[in-house]
Design a protein around this ligand. Structure first.
Ligand code: AG3
Length: 288
């Protein structure tokens, strides 16, 4: 069996659920790390993917491919809403999701609530391109527990709620539970949308089923699991589950606005959006 050259530097994520591991060739020893009350955050310099942030050994993002995840966690939801003004991001401490949300001119406020301030402090140092909108007057960065925050939020006060969390273990576990989803439903206005990062469509079908079950139980009328490539995550394929409050269908998004948007995207297009709304047969089968 071929072995990785031992004298070279590698970062590996070992992923038990899929029985796989993925490794990156590094240019240097670890660049930085923080042990916080919540988790262990590390930063590496890879040879081919730019910088890599991991939390508790799981890859969170790389310079090279984070655009896929951040665009798909934001633009489908924002172009599904007729006029998104108030956005909430739970997690997302690297600020990549916040940056994409703020590119929408209709947005008047975007509040990001991450439990761990050190994620943002490290992103500012090692992923400054994701943090370039942090000083936007519409943005508010809070470092507190998202579960507690949402319980204290007013009824019908948000148009978009994005759950940009780690895997459903440790601090993020509660963000995948029914109680949290019920709170999101309450805090959304009519016509509002919730987006939850929902792991790999190939590997985590039971989890996705659970997320969708919670959304239906909370009262969301239409939901869809959007798949997209994400090479740095286990299986190379990831998903965002989108749920809409109210009577409209997710099929009726603002196609023309997405076509004529004032900013450029590297993956998201209205055609990608439309295509990904049709869940592939294997997923439909697994989820029914
Ligand atoms: N959100 C984390 C997705 C989970 C990745 N899981 C894994 N590598 N096992 C990433 C935050 C990006 N804003």
């Amino acid at each position: 069996m071929p072995m990785l050259p031992e004298h070279d530097l590698w970062f590996s994520e070992i992923h038990e659920p899929s029985g796989t591991a993925q490794s990156w060739y590094l240019t240097a020893q670890r660049l930085d790390e923080r042990r916080t009350p919540f988790q262990h955050i590390e930063i590496f310099a890879t040879r081919t993917y730019g910088r890599l942030m991991s939390i508790d050994g799981c890859v969170m993002l790389t310079t090279r491919d984070n655009f896929l995840y951040h665009e798909m966690m934001t633009h489908p939801a924002l172009f599904s809403h007729h006029n998104p003004q108030h956005a909430v991001i739970i997690g997302g401490g690297d600020c990549g999701t916040l940056k994409e949300v703020l590119r929408h001119k209709s947005i008047q406020s975007a509040v990001q609530i991450d439990i761990d301030e050190q994620v943002t402090r490290l992103a500012e140092l090692y992923f400054p391109e994701l943090c370039e909108s942090n000083g936007d007057p519409r943005a508010q960065l809070l470092f507190e527990d998202g579960l507690a925050w949402i319980k204290g939020a007013d009824d019908a006060s948000a148009d978009i709620i994005i759950i940009d969390s780690t895997d459903p273990v440790g601090p993020a576990e509660g963000l995948f539970g029914p109680g949290f989803v019920e709170q999101c439903f309450r805090v959304l206005r009519d016509g509002g949308l919730m987006v939850q990062q929902s792991e790999s469509p190939l590997v985590h079908q039971q989890l996705i089923k659970g997320i969708r079950g919670n959304m239906i139980a909370a009262g969301f009328a239409d939901l869809r699991t959007l798949g997209f490539p994400q090479p740095c995550y286990p299986s190379g394929w990831w998903s965002a589950t989108l749920a809409m409050k109210g009577e409209r269908s997710l099929d009726e998004f603002r196609y023309t606005d997405a076509r004529n948007k004032s900013f450029t995207t590297l993956y998201y297009t209205p055609e990608v959006h439309q295509g990904t709304l049709r869940e592939p047969p294997f997923l439909v089968k697994a989820l029914t």
